[in-house]
Design a protein around this ligand. Structure first.
Ligand code: ZN
Ligand code: ZN
Length: 249
C-alpha cells in the first residue's frame, strides 16, 4: 500500500511538473539534475563550488593554513567583524552569478539565499537586522533590481530577521582600477550615505553583498554603519579569491 501511495505521489508530481514545469537544471552549469528541491546543483559543480578548506578567520578567503588571518586583513584593519561566503567565484558559479547580476536571472536569488542561509546557520551568528550594499539608482534602473537587496530579502525570510535599507549610493563610484586601496576607500566613502540611522542604532547587522573580492565595498559600508550600529557582519554568495594574497587593490 505504501509503495502504491509513493508511486501515486511521484506520478502526481511528474504530471504537475509537465503542466507547471519546475526548474530542473543546475543553477550553476545548467545541466539537468535529479531533484532540484533537494539540491539545486549537479554533483560536478558541487565538487568545486563550495568555499571549503583553510580560510581567513576574517574575510573567508583561501589561505594556506587553518585558523590564520590573511595578509590583506592584517594590513587593513576591517570595519566588519567577519565575512561569510559559501561559494567560490569560479567557473560555472561565476557565470551563474554574472547572469544573476546582469542578465535578469532574478529567480536565482532564492537558491543562492538558501545556500547562504545554510552556511550562516552553521556559524551560530547573533545579529538583529539584515541590510544590503546599495546600488546607484541608475544601475537599479538599468538592471531593474539590486542583486544584493534581492538576496537580503530572501535571507530575511529564511533566517526570520527583518531586512532594512540602511545605505544609499549618492554618487557614481569612479573607476577603481588604478587606485590604491586607500584611494578606493575614500572614493567609496564619498559615494554612499546612511539613510536609517535610528533603526540601526546599537543593533548588530548582517550586511549582504553578491560577490566579495577585495572587501573594499563591504568595509566602507561597515565603516559608515558602525557610526550607529553596534557591530557589522558581512555575507556574500561567493568569494573571489585573489591570486596574489598580498595585492588588495
Ligand atoms: Zn552543475
Ligand atoms: Zn582575510
Amino acid at each position: 500500500m505504501n509503495k502504491f501511495i509513493s508511486f501515486c505521489k511521484k506520478l502526481g508530481s511528474k504530471i504537475l511538473n509537465l503542466i507547471f514545469p519546475l526548474n530542473t537544471k543546475c543553477i550553476f552549469c545548467n545541466n539537468e539534475i535529479v531533484d532540484f528541491e533537494k539540491q539545486p546543483y549537479c554533483d560536478e559543480c558541487a565538487k568545486y563550488a563550495f568555499n571549503k578548506g583553510c580560510k581567513c578567520k576574517i574575510c573567508d578567503t583561501r589561505v594556506k593554513e587553518d585558523n590564520v588571518i590573511c595578509d590583506n586583513c592584517q594590513s587593513h584593519k576591517r570595519n566588519f567583524k567577519r565575512c561569510y561566503c559559501p561559494l567560490n567565484y569560479e567557473k560555472a558559479v561565476r557565470t551563474s552569478i554574472l547572469s544573476f547580476k546582469d542578465s535578469n536571472a532574478k529567480y536565482l536569488a532564492k537558491s543562492y539565499a538558501k545556500i547562504m542561509a545554510e552556511y550562516l546557520k552553521d556559524k551560530n551568528l547573533n545579529f538583529d537586522l539584515i541590510t544590503f550594499v546599495p546600488s546607484h539608482i541608475k544601475t537599479i534602473k538599468r538592471r531593474g533590481y539590486n542583486p544584493a537587496q534581492l538576496l537580503a530579502e530572501e535571507l530575511s525570510i529564511l533566517l526570520g530577521k527583518s531586512c532594512i535599507e540602511s545605505l544609499i549610493k549618492i554618487g557614481k563610484t569612479k573607476q577603481q582600477k588604478n587606485l590604491t586601496y586607500a584611494e578606493r576607500a575614500k572614493n567609496l566613502e564619498q559615494s554612499m550615505m546612511i539613510t536609517n540611522a535610528k533603526q540601526i542604532k546599537n543593533k548588530t547587522l548582517l550586511l549582504v553583498d553578491d560577490v566579495v573580492t577585495t572587501c573594499a565595498t563591504i568595509d566602507q559600508c561597515s565603516k559608515l554603519l558602525n557610526q550607529y550600529a553596534k557591530a557589522v557582519y558581512a555575507t556574500a554568495i561567493a568569494r573571489n579569491h585573489l591570486k596574489n594574497n598580498t595585492q588588495d587593490n
